[in-house]
Ligand binder design. Structure first.
Ligand SMILES: [Zn+2]
Length: 259
């Protein structure tokens, strides 16, 4: 039997083990909203240690690329596709400091963003904080693209706008675009600070990736929910009646939630 490419969690062994592929089924298609391609591979796998049978699901879509190489300015210069793998039965999250987030319902948010958001919540609940952080960074990029925000100012270490020859310097990288969200009054400067922390996650090279702090990830999730609500739900008049049933997300802003 073919061996699965990476170790997967075995519910019986209570750890990640090598697994054999017993059966594989693949489906693919395009999102209606943006035409992005997606694919899902389903696997029945068997632990090579204890023979326990599990189910694994690999999800990928065209937006799922992550930096694999960085140039001298620490900017990504090469990208590689990656997929999110879930196994069933799932690994039980540690019981200490356990916080479960529920996925909020949005009716007008584009399908690809909904998918990413769902994966972020799922990974947060499993305490896969790095994946949650990368997902949040991708959502930030996608929102800016969707809102046609192409640039924004840049702040120095003292929080002042970077100037050159008397003009405000504008950047077309994510650092600028996040500040572009502030300029469009879609987020506050304090909320932008949290998204900048998230932005840093993708800039670390593979060998020194830091696991993001849980409260930062949680704050960023609340901010993304707030942006979804403001941009897609409130500003979609055709769906006013359904919007009424959506609770306004509880935005913490600068308040740090202790976990
Ligand atoms: Zn096992």
């Amino acid at each position: 039997m073919e061996k699965y490419g990476e170790k997967l969690y075995c519910y019986s062994c209570k750890k990640k083990t090598n697994q054999a592929v017993v059966y594989k089924h693949s489906v693919e298609g395009d999102y209606e909203t943006d035409g992005y391609n997606w694919s899902t591979n389903y696997f029945i796998v068997q632990c090579l240690g204890c023979d326990y049978i599990s189910f694994a699901e690999e999800n990928w879509n065209e937006s799922m690329f992550r930096p694999s190489k960085f140039d001298e300015n620490d900017e990504p210069c090469e990208w590689e596709p990656y997929s999110i793998v879930s196994t069933y039965p799932e690994q039980e999250p540690s019981r200490t400091n356990r916080i479960e987030l529920n996925k909020k319902e949005f009716f007008n948010v584009p399908g690809q963003l909904q998918d990413l958001y769902g994966q972020v919540i799922h990974n947060f609940n499993l305490e896969y904080l790095l994946f949650a952080g990368i997902g949040l960074r991708m959502i930030s990029e996608a929102i800016c693209k969707d809102q046609k925000i192409i640039d924004g100012y840049v702040l120095d270490n003292n929080g002042n706008k970077v100037m050159k020859n008397g003009d405000v310097v504008r950047s077309q990288k994510l650092v600028g675009k996040i500040n572009g969200l502030v300029e469009k009054h879609l987020i506050t400067p304090n909320q932008a600070d949290v998204l900048h922390d998230i932005r840093e996650i993708g800039n670390s090279t593979a060998h020194d990736i830091e696991i993001p702090i849980k409260k930062t990830i949680r704050l960023a999730i609340e901010i993304i929910e707030h942006i979804f609500y403001t941009i897609y739900e409130l500003q979609s008049p055709s769906k006013i009646s359904s919007v009424k049933s959506i609770p306004t997300p509880n935005i913490s802003g600068v308040t740090v939630v202790e976990l």
